[in-house]
Write a new protein. Structure first.
Length: 164
């Protein structure tokens, strides 16, 4: 049986993952509206992965006889200054999530919750990937900056993003 402290902390993280999904969905809408359908595709995939992250915690609570308590999801922003600003926001958001996963790991250590520690190690690895993905797009963008054609080429590349 999972402790109440661990359960509450995981429920709070489920909300953060769902907010992440919502945020990236909002960015997908923004990119659709600004004609960058490749970047929108990247965001749809990213949004779907965040829902999976939430569901992995959800399943963990259920498997351990815990109680899932879904809270309201905050409204994300709906506009950014441009593609670069949006991807910088992704990067900052992921750094915040990484910190949140580390805090959760601290709770699992304090609670001597070994199954949660094992589960969280998956998220720790996943965050390395998440931060890397955002950084790569930012680096490509900073290299091409205001070159409209190059942005469209990059958009074409982003459209090829698979589920991983
Ligand atoms: Fe996530
Ligand atoms: Fe993420």
């Amino acid at each position: 049986m999972i402790s109440k402290t661990m359960q509450d902390a995981i429920n709070a993280q489920i909300n953060k993952e769902m907010f992440s999904s919502y945020l990236y969905l909002s960015m997908a809408a923004y990119f659709e509206n600004t004609g960058l359908s490749g970047a929108a595709k990247w965001m749809y995939v990213q949004s779907g992965e965040e829902t999976e992250h939430a569901m992995k915690f959800f399943a963990h609570l259920i498997d351990r006889g815990g109680k899932v308590e879904l809270a309201a999801i905050a409204a994300p922003e709906t506009a950014w200054a441009g593609p670069m600003a949006a991807f910088k926001a992704v990067s900052e958001h992921e750094q915040m999530i990484t910190k949140s996963i580390y805090d959760l790991y601290e709770v699992a250590l304090a609670e001597k919750d070994y199954p949660a520690q094992v589960l969280l190690q998956w998220y720790i690895n996943e965050q390395v990937e998440e931060e890397k993905n955002a950084t790569q797009v930012i680096e490509s963008m900073s290299r091409i900056e205001a070159h409209e054609t190059a942005i469209l080429q990059l958009d074409h590349q982003l459209a090829k993003r698979g589920s991983k």
